[in-house]
Structure formats: structure tokens, C-alpha cells
Design a protein around this ligand. Sequence first.
Ligand SMILES: [Zn+2]
Length: 145
Amino acid sequence: MLPLVAYADALWGEIIKKRDPICRICGMEPTTEAHHIAHRGNFATRYLLKNGLGLGPICHHQNGHDRPEYFESEIRRVIGDELYNSLMEMSRRIVKRNRLFILDQIENMKRDFALLEIEIPLREGREEGWDSCRDLYQNPPRIYV
Ligand SMILES: [Zn+2]
């Protein structure tokens, strides 16, 4: 069994990678990682799909977290200052990190993902087992908090 937060985190990451199969910054690298625009430590924005960007390893690390000012300017270029600023503001809200909140966030993610009308094929050989988005979406593991 997975802790509820771990399930929600994994679902968010898989959805972001499915939505953004190509690196959102350079448009060249295949996406391997899901980046939280407002820091993942802020639960108010942790599970919002609009707070995520699918990135390749170079844009996420060497040109990303290793160069924070450049990274921010690139993200602002991609999503626009308005969304960037609103995510930063939303992320400062204090939320109750209880079971109900996380369950609510999971439902919101599934709804928002369904609205994207993306098919959920198995990811080709990149990751095994439960990492596949379809597995997570259709057969959520038993969860507890
Ligand atoms: Zn990239």
C-alpha cells in the first residue's frame, strides 16, 4: 500500500508527463520529469496541473535548478508572467493537509486530466509496473494516510 500523498504525487507526475511528452522549455528533449513551478512544499498548488511542466533532464537540471534565475526566466517565457505570478500567490495559501484535502486533490486531478482528453496508452518501455499512467489511473493502489 502507498501513503495517500505518495499516490497523489505519483499521479500528478504521470499526468504532467503524459500531457507534456516533449520538454516544455526547449521543445526538443523527450520529457522525463515533472517540474513543480511553485515549490512542491506548498500544498495549495502541489497538485494543480497548471503548476506542472514536463521537462527533459537538461532543462530541469543543468539549465534549470542549477541556474535558478535563468530557470525562472525560461518558465516565465513558457507560461507567461500572469500565470507565474498567480501560481506564486496561490502557493502561499495555507491549506489543511488532511486526508480529505488530498482525496479532493486526487479527484480534481482526475477531472482536469479527463478534460484534457488525452488517451492513456501504456508508456513504451520507459518505466515498468505501477509507474504507468494507465495503471495508476485505472487501478489505484490501496491507500492510507
Ligand atoms: Zn528541454
